[in-house]
Write a protein that binds this ligand. Sequence first.
Ligand code: PHE
Length: 351
Amino acid sequence: MLKQQILQIKTSAISKIEATENDSDLFNVEKKYLGKKGELTAILKQLKDLSGEERKSAGILANVTKNEIIEALKSKKAEMQRGRFDFQKEKIDVTIPGKKIKHGHLHPITIVQKEIEDIFTALGFEIADGPEVETEFYNFDALNMPKNHPARDAWDTFWLKPTNNRQQKTNNRSGKLLLRTHTSPVQVRYMQKNKPPFRIIAPGKCFRNEATDSTHEHTFYQFEALMVGDAINVGNFKYIGEQFFSRFFQKDIRIRLRPSFFPFTEPSFEFDISCTVCGGQGCRSCKNTGWLEVGGAGMVNQNVFVASGYPRNIYQGFAWGFGLERLAMMKYKIDEIRLFHGGDLRFIRQF
Ligand code: PHE
C-alpha cells in the first residue's frame, strides 16, 4: 500500500518537475512533495508507525525516492540556468551598422568670438577679461559717470542686493554691485594694472534690464577694444577698424564715424561700416543707406585715464564697444537676436 503510494508520488513528482518552465513553478513542486507539509514528507513521518520489516523496505524506497526527486529538481534548475544564457540567442551581429554618436559643437557666439580674437591677436592685440558682476565704480564712476549723472539712464541696470557684511563693505567702498551693462569697465581694470603703450580687446557677457525684441536681449555679448599710447589718433582707430571688419567679413569694408556722445570718450562716435550685403549702393539690409551701425566708439576721455591712475593729458587712445550678436547676425544673416539664447536646437544645429 505505502510502497504503491510512494511510487505514485515519484512518477507524478518527476513528470511535474519536467513540465515546469519557471523558478516559481519549480519551487511549488518542491514544496508540494518535499516541503514541511509535503506528500513525501508525510510518508516519511508515518514510517515510524510501521512494523520492522515493512518499515525497513518502505523506508529505503521512500529515501531513494526523495533523493531521486532532489536530483530531478537539481537538474531542472541547471537546465533553466543554461536556458537563461542561451548563447545562440545571445550572439552579437558585428555587421549591424553602429549607432551614430552625435558630436557637440561650438555655439555661434563662441565661433564669432574666437574669430574676432584670432583677427585681433594677429594685429598684435592682447585679450583682457573682467568680471560679469561688477561694482558701480567700474561700471559707472570710473567711466566719468558719477552718481546721479543723467548719462547712467542710458544703461538699464540689474542691481544686486548685498547678502552679507563683506558685500556691504564692498558697497561702501566701491558702490553697489551690479551686472555689468557693457565691457567698458575692463578698460579701467586693465589700465590700473598696465602701463601704455598697449592694445587690448575684451570680449564678454553684458546685461541690461530692458524689454527684449528682435534686436535687444537682456543678456548679450560685447567686445571692447582699447589702444593707448603717446600719440594714438583717430586715423589709427579707423585703420584698425577697417582691417578688422574687412578680415571678419572677408571683403573690403569702409568705415564711417558719426558724432555721438559717451561720457567716457571725447570725441565720441557712432561707428558704421559699409553694408555687407550691397557694399554701399543701398539695399533692404541697410535700409537703402549703404551703411550698417555696429556700435559706439571714441577717443578715451582724460577723466577715465585719471580714474585709472594715469596722469592727465599724457596719453591718448581709442576705445570701442561692439555687439557680438550684431556681428554674428550680419555674418550669418540672422534677423532675430533671441534665437542665440533661446535654446532651440533647430537653430543651434545650423552652425
Ligand atoms: N560701452 C558703450 C556701450 O555699451 C560702447 C562704447 C565703448 C562707446 C567704448 C565708446 C567707447 O554703449
